[in-house]
Ligand binder design. Structure first.
Ligand code: HEC
Length: 109
């Protein structure tokens, strides 16, 4: 019984730890409805992983609104505010590699 409680506690910690920190709520919802079939946060799917996307917000905005190769264009489907929120959402998922070396591989674990 004690073990089960421990596992439950550990699982809820993992779930809480993987929750997005400060993403705009609507961007997350748009992403899961319109982007997640092709993009995952941490690994490549049809398109690149969000964490590996270009870090230039102008490139992100342009690709989302105008499309590129297999990437559909969303300029007519999403408002400028929604696209901005998606850009911010993508940036919030990109680890600060130089500033925080523990972001990818948590130190001391
Ligand atoms: C039908 C699949 C598909 C959907 C849906 C899709 N994408 Fe993409 N996306 C791709 C592919 C494939 C690429 C790579 C394009 C290339 O090869 O140049 C890409 C590229 C991108 C890039 C450029 C990354 C970089 O590093 O320059 C961004 C940003 C992006 N997608 C964001 C989004 C967002 C935000 C959504 C939802 C609104 C979305 N995508 C929906 C397939 C998709």
């Amino acid at each position: 019984m004690k073990n089960i409680a421990l596992i439950a506690a550990a699982t809820s910690l993992i779930v809480a730890g993987s929750m997005p920190a400060h993403a705009a709520p609507d961007a997350e919802q748009i992403f899961s409805k319109k982007c997640s079939m092709c993009h995952k946060i941490d690994s490549k799917k049809v398109g690149p992983a969000v964490k590996d996307m270009n870090r230039d917000p102008a490139v992100l905005r342009k690709t989302i609104s105008e499309g590129r190769k297999m990437m559909p264009k969303f300029g007519a489907k999403l408002s400028a505010e929604e696209i901005d929120a998606l850009v911010a959402f993508i940036q919030s998922k990109q680890p600060e590699e130089t500033a925080n070396p523990c972001a990818k591989n948590p130190c001391g674990q």
